[in-house]
Design a protein around this ligand. Structure first.
Ligand SMILES: [Fe+2]
Length: 215
């Protein structure tokens, strides 16, 4: 992403101090710190995130001028002492991003998992035995249901929130520190669109009665 050490340090410091009493894995969203995007230390990250999202959409041929793009939550994660993150998805957002503040050597790569390998046109075609017997002429990342991705410090990773992912254990005593970000897109103007979420300004909140509603 190209942030300087001076820009990264206050962000890492805040997450490290929040997680200092936690052994193993720390997740800021679980201790109520899920709005890092509202803190001044994180401004450089979120300013650059906009560029990253724009590039991501352009790569897919998506015109973002139809949408308002919201950060719905963002939180720090710290992993140390063999801790890992089990497979999960971010069900309640559209895009997710992770920015890496500290990555120790062998510090836990992220792995994406796919339920179905679309290009496996015959059942069992991409089984490892078919590399050994010559049916497959090479190992190819497109043959895999799980794709590991080696992350590095200062990298911004953007992916669909529905994609299952997990983080390998970080055996180091040095923390693996990252910022996770969930992003929701709403239409700027709902006219003419059957898909997508209408503008937030058109929503209204229901007053749900509290207590028993039996009478
Ligand atoms: Fe995640």
């Amino acid at each position: 992403m190209g942030l300087s050490e001076e820009q990264r340090e206050p962000m890492a410091e805040l997450i490290l101090s929040s997680s200092s009493n936690t052994q193993g894995a720390y997740f800021g969203d679980m201790d109520g710190s899920s709005s890092l995007h509202r803190l001044p230390q994180f401004l450089p990250l979120f300013q650059n995130l906009s560029l990253g999202i724009a590039e991501y959409a352009e790569e897919l041929g998506v015109d973002l001028s139809f949408f308002d793009v919201h950060v719905s939550r963002s939180w720090g994660t710290g992993l140390t002492g063999g801790a890992s993150i089990a497979p999960h998805r971010h069900w309640h957002s559209h895009l997710s991003a992770v920015y890496y503040l500290e990555i120790p050597p062998d510090g836990g790569q992220i792995t994406f998992a796919f339920e179905d390998i679309q290009s496996e046109f015959m059942p069992g075609l991409f089984a490892q035995e078919n590399v050994a017997n010559g049916v497959l002429t090479r190992n190819d990342v497109r043959h895999r249901a799980k794709v590991p991705f080696q992350v590095r410090k200062d990298m911004l990773l953007i992916f669909p929130s529905k994609t299952a992912h997990e983080v390998a254990s970080n055996p180091s005593e040095d923390k693996r520190v990252s910022v996770a970000i969930d992003i929701l897109l709403t239409l700027k103007d709902a006219a003419g669109h059957e898909q997508f979420i209408p503008p937030v300004s058109q929503w209204s909140k229901l007053n749900i009665p509290s207590g028993s509603v039996d009478d």
